[in-house]
Design a protein around this ligand. Structure first.
Ligand code: PXL
Length: 286
């Protein structure tokens, strides 16, 4: 019981998309529900995310990010993990890199989700050059969580549509590990049309692992952020990489399934909220 009294703290560096459940509107509720205090450093404030919704507003927060960092430093804050996601510009890549330097501790975890692409395509606000900048940030991280499109971009390779072979997935994992991060979680892995999930690689132990669950048709928005947040929640609750990825895959897949069954607009984000009690059970918190 006693360790549950101790509150871990995360700095979540993502955009705040007011509607459409992704980035901060996924990370904050999921991490908080998992008993983790979460501080938000918004990279942009949008009316909605940019995935398939027209007419969104976009307020860039680059100019506020260094002042946030300076103020937090003046308060002597420390973070058990720093979790970066959607970054809107090259300058933000530099700021997050400096944030890592400022708040790096012996045992804290730097998790980078290199949010920039999916399904073989860059999100429309990014350029191929941005991917090279993102690679530099990933080199500094302890753990990275790319999907297959992002992995190919980070490695300067062309995108290959699935299904994949184990040899291809492990080749990506090993090359991503060589870039720097000790741990890699690759999402969107599938070997046939039946199942989909994540692959993990721990460079130190050399161990790879897979969690695959039945595939649900359709492209649901914000699932990378739901996945990354649940993964970090599990890691900070003491689960190892492979178990954490398993918990996060099941939480995300169940959220997609509920949304699929409810037939809500796939752009509006997945129903992760009803999965929170189950997530807390998986994390042994209830
Ligand atoms: O979930 C990734 C994401 C985060 N933030 C914004 C996005 C996207 C993907 O499209 O548009 C603003």
């Amino acid at each position: 019981m006693e360790n549950k009294m101790f509150l871990k703290r995360v700095a979540a560096i993502h955009d705040l998309s007011g509607f459409g459940k992704c980035s901060l509107t996924a990370a904050l509720p999921i991490l908080s529900a998992a008993g983790i205090e979460t501080s938000a450093l918004p990279t942009a404030v949008l009316s909605t995310h940019t995935g398939g919704i027209e007419g969104y507003t976009y307020m860039d927060m680059t100019g506020e990010m260094r002042p946030f960092m300076k103020h937090w430093k003046s308060l002597n804050l420390s973070f058990d993990a720093i979790y970066s996601g959607f970054l809107g510009s090259f300058e933000q890549l530099d700021i997050v890199s400096d944030f890592f330097d400022e708040f790096r501790e012996k045992d804290n975890l730097l998790l980078v989700d290199p949010v920039m692409a999916d399904n073989g395509e860059l999100y429309k606000i990014f350029t191929p050059a941005f991917a090279l900048g993102m690679r530099k940030l990933c080199e500094k991280a302890d753990i990275i969580v790319p999907n297959i499109t992002e992995a190919a971009l980070l490695l300067g390779e062309s995108y290959r549509p699935g299904p994949y072979s184990k040899a291809y997935i492990e080749d990506l994992l090993f090359k991503l590990g060589e870039m720097g991060p000790e741990q890699t979680v690759l999402t969107g892995v599938f070997f046939d049309e039946e199942k989909l999930g994540a692959a993990t690689y721990n460079k130190k132990t050399g161990i790879t692992g897979y969690t695959l669950v039945p595939k649900i048709p359709g492209y649901y928005h914000g699932t990378g952020d739901v996945f990354g947040s649940a993964l970090l929640a599990a890691l900070l609750n003491g689960f190892d990489l492979n178990d954490s990825a398993g918990i996060a895959v099941r939480f995300t897949a169940n959220s997609i399934l509920r949304t699929h069954n409810a037939k809500t607009d796939i752009r509006f984000g997945v129903d992760f909220e009803h999965g929170i009690p189950g997530l807390l059970k998986d994390l042994n918190l209830v």
